[in-house]
Design a protein around this ligand. Structure first.
Ligand SMILES: [Zn+2]
Length: 114
């Protein structure tokens, strides 16, 4: 159960939020799980690793808030999971392409810049 005012997680039998003092009363049944949309990781992966895969991660991540607002928590969880997947795909893809680019550079006949 979560406080409707500040979003703090509460014990199931509490009717008053220990964080902000909000009296939950009837509103206590309102469930609003915190779902990490992974946007920060997706943005970092896009900028630092692999642009195309990172953009997919951002697209998935941006769906999370809309689904939460619509009450579609399982859909939001799935979008967040897809965002995490594509973030890692972008990170690993970025590492792979950077390393292979380095190998190509080091094996190139051009003067070594390092
Ligand atoms: Zn509260």
């Amino acid at each position: 159960m979560f406080c409707v005012k500040c979003g703090t997680r509460l014990p199931e039998d509490d009717t008053r939020c220990p964080n902000c003092g909000w009296d939950l009363g009837e509103l206590a049944i309102s469930h609003r799980p915190e779902i990490n949309n992974g946007m920060v990781g997706a943005l970092l992966a896009t900028l630092l690793c692999c642009l195309p895969l990172g953009l997919v991660a951002i697209a998935c991540s941006s769906q999370v808030a809309g689904k939460v607002a619509a009450g579609d928590y399982s859909g939001a969880e799935q979008a967040a999971a897809r965002a995490r997947f594509w973030t890692w795909a972008a990170v690993l893809g970025g590492i792979f392409f950077n390393l292979s680019g380095l190998v190509v550079l080091m094996n190139s006949p051009l003067p070594n810049m390092f």
